[in-house]
Ligand binder design. Structure first.
Ligand SMILES: Cc1cc2nc3c(=O)[nH]c(=O)nc-3n(C[C@H](O)[C@H](O)[C@H](O)COP(=O)(O)OP(=O)(O)OC[C@H]3O[C@@H](n4cnc5c(N)ncnc54)[C@H](O)[C@@H]3O)c2cc1C
Length: 409
């Protein structure tokens, strides 16, 4: 007998699992998540640094992250599963007067949107992050309600809560195609046969645009490598140590497993052509980014000299997906009823996962995301989305300037 479900989610990373959790929480319990791997959350999601920071140029994203912080804080009480949020704040470090001006604009904007954020003294920065050499920095500000978490633990918490509410998760089931009739989605083809669905969501991370192509949709999503490293443990990192962003050198750092975890948006990004890769290509096949992280360490050394003395215990690398304007690609797939897509995480998919799951669940249950999300429309680039050179150039530029100074905030 053909398997049939009300909602089928393709991809069991943090976005698919959050969508499953929100659907079941809002009353839709006939939900099946299909994951090609033998485990959920084993591709981009577990590679992430897990920073959940509210300082965002758009009000939609700022509110999305605030929703995540609220949800993650209440999750253990509401569901019995712990996403592991540590709410120790964000410290934004400036190395130049220009950056201090940009930070002043960000603080003003934060206040307008109800986010606590204020400049702090050099002494306070040294207290918050004792390894920070404050003599090297111009100044900085602190966002006390930000946090960070272990992204794998968070994804497993969504999955466990969804399963408690009746969601099914099927592993080892790669989706190979879609079945549609007269512009209506009917279900998916898998290596194990056809599965019917009334509503379908593609949350396949960097593989999402490739899957959308199978139904004729061209989505402007560029897979770009992103990386981080973790040092061996070192004494003296306080429990209250915040996530630190040294934006002038495109780096971030936070405590992890007794050492420091740091990540880097390099100026010459490395795009990954997934269509040229074998179908069984996995995140783990990417070479450890030793040289890139050595450059990150060199850039961080003036502010965090301790890093020079700490060996690397682990390299992590994954594939983030960028649209040319750095905004998510979420919404109905044009031309096919009841098919939705969510990709283009822009290295912000852990922090955004809560809102992404809620938007998708609202779309499926109510036919409306509940907010104006035209800024994320997968159609917004029109025919230009098919221009591979443009897509790659613009998306890489966005990645390289991730922490660039913006005048519009
Ligand atoms: C080094 C690094 C640091 C990061 N730091 C942060 C951070 O600090 N904060 C933050 O918010 N974000 C961060 N991110 C981004 C974050 O990891 C992603 O945004 C997020 O994991 C995206 O989740 P996803 O579910 O869309 O994708 P994925 O986790 O990749 O999940 C997609 C799933 O779909 C499955 N799939 C693919 N094709 C098929 C198919 N045909 N059939 C069935 N299943 C399929 C895959 O196997 C996978 O399990 C970071 C990323 C990296 C790499």
């Amino acid at each position: 007998m053909t398997q049939q479900t009300e909602v089928l989610i393709v991809g069991g990373g943090i976005w698919g699992l959050s969508a499953a959790y929100h659907l079941s929480k809002f009353g839709q319990k006939d939900v099946l998540v299909l994951e090609r791997n033998d485990d959920i959350a084993a591709e981009t999601t577990p590679q992430a640094a897990g920073l959940v920071g509210q300082i965002r140029p758009s009000v939609t994203m700022l509110q999305a992250i605030r929703y995540a912080l609220d949800l993650f804080s209440q999750f253990p009480r509401e569901t019995g599963h712990d996403p592991g949020l540590r709410r120790t704040g964000s410290l934004m470090v400036a190395l130049t007067p220009e950056r201090m001006d940009a930070y002043a604009r960000q603080i003003e904007r934060s206040h307008r949107n109800g986010i606590e954020a204020d400049f702090v003294s050099h002494a306070e920065m040294a207290r918050l992050a004792p390894a920070l050499d404050v003599t090297q920095i111009e100044g900085g500000y602190f966002v006390p309600n930000d946090g960070y978490l272990d992204p794998h633990q968070c994804a497993l918490a969504y999955a466990a809560a969804a399963k408690d509410l009746g969601v099914q998760i099927q592993l080892n089931t790669p989706v190979t195609g879609f079945r549609q009739r007269n512009g209506e989605i009917l279900g998916v083809e898998t290596e194990n046969g056809f599965i019917g669905a009334n509503h379908l969501v593609i949350t396949a991370g960097p593989w999402g645009a490739g899957l959308a192509k199978k139904v004729g949709a061209t989505v402007a999503a560029q897979p770009i490598r992103h990386q981080r490293a973790r040092t061996v443990p070192t004494p003296g990192i306080p429990d209250y140590h915040p996530a630190v962003r040294v934006t002038d050198v495109s780096c971030y750092l936070r405590p992890d497993k007794g050492g420091y975890l740091y990540g880097f948006f390099e100026p010459t990004p490395v795009s990954i052509d997934l269509e040229a890769m074998p179908p069984n290509f996995r995140t783990g096949d990417i070479e450890p980014p030793v040289a890139v992280m050595a450059e990150a360490q060199r850039r961080l050394a003036p502010t965090f000299p301790i890093l020079k003395d700490l060996e690397i215990a682990e390299y992590r690398r994954g594939i983030t997906t960028f649209a040319p304007d750095g905004a998510y690609l979420i919404g109905p797939v044009p031309g096919i009823d009841r098919l939705y897509l969510a990709t283009g995480c822009a290295a912000l998919g852990i922090a955004g996962s809560a809102a992404v799951g809620r938007w998708l669940a609202n779309w499926i249950i109510d036919g409306d995301s509940g907010e104006d999300l035209t800024m994320f429309s997968p159609e917004r680039f029109g025919s230009q989305a098919a221009d591979q050179g443009w897509l790659r150039r613009e998306s890489e530029q966005f990645y390289a300037n991730y922490y660039g100074i913006r005048t519009d905030e």
